[in-house]
Write a protein that binds this ligand. Structure first.
Ligand SMILES: [Ca+2]
Length: 182
C-alpha cells in the first residue's frame, strides 16, 4: 500500500506473489476521513488443486511415479517439481506433508544432480555462498551408487531426523511428489 491518507490523497494497493487484488487498485481519502471506496482485498490465485504455502502454490501428488514422470506430471499443469530454496518454504512443505500424510512416505522435490545440483528451473544449488540446503545429516551420500545406476534425484525422506529432509536417491524409484506452480 502506497500513497497519502491526506484529504484528496489516494492510496494504491498491490498484493504479494500468489494473490490477486479484488476491488479498486486506487481509492481516495474523503474530507470526512473515510475512504472514497471499498478497501480492496487480496485473494490467493493458486490454480485448482494447488494450495498457497509460504507464498508458493503447491500440490502434493499421491500417485507414485519415478522422478521424470513426476516432473512431467507437474509440467502438464504449468508447474515443476517443488523447489524449497528457502528454509521458510522447506519447513512449510515438511509441515504440510507430516500434518496431512504422516512422516513415513517419500516425496520427490525438483532437485537433481547433473554435474552439479540443479533445481527444476535450471538454477544451481550452489549459486551463492549462503544458500540454504535442507539435507538430512550425512546426505548427499553416494554409497548407494554401487548398487544402482544413479543416485542423482532428491527426495524428502524422514531419515535419522524423523523429519522430511533432503536425500539423494535413485531417480527410478516410484515415489509421491510435490509440484510447485512456476
Ligand atoms: Ca542418499
Amino acid at each position: 500500500m502506497t500513497g497519502s491518507t491526506a484529504y484528496r490523497g489516494s492510496m494504491h494497493f498491490t498484493c504479494g506473489y500468489g494473490y490477486n487484488l479484488v476491488g479498486a487498485k486506487t481509492i481516495s481519502c474523503q474530507a470526512d476521513v473515510t475512504w472514497g471506496g471499498r478497501v480492496p482485498t487480496c485473494k490467493a490465485t493458486c490454480r485448482a488443486g494447488y494450495q498457497l504455502i509460504a507464498q508458493t502454490c503447491i500440490r502434493v501428488g499421491l500417485e507414485e511415479k519415478d522422478y521424470e514422470d513426476a516432473q512431467a506430471d507437474c509440467e502438464r499443469e504449468g508447474a515443476t517439481l517443488a523447489m524449497p530454496k528457502t528454509k521458510e518454504l522447506d519447513v512449510a512443505l515438511r509441515n504440510v506433508i507430516v500434518n496431512k500424510y504422516g512422516k513415513d512416505s517419500k516425496y520427490w522435490i525438483g532437485l537433481k544432480e547433473s554435474g552439479s545440483w540443479l533445481w527444476a528451473d535450471g538454477s544451481s544449488l550452489d549459486d551463492h555462498d549462503h544458500h540454504y540446503q535442507g539435507w538430512n545429516p550425512g546426505e548427499p551420500a553416494s554409497g548407494i551408487k554401487a548398487w544402482f545406476e544413479s543416485s542423482d534425484c532428491v527426495q524428502y525422506w524422514s531419515g535419522p531426523t524423523d523429519t522430511p529432509m533432503w536425500d539423494d536417491t535413485a531417480c527410478g524409484y516410484n515415489l509421491r511428489y510435490i509440484c510447485q506452480e512456476s
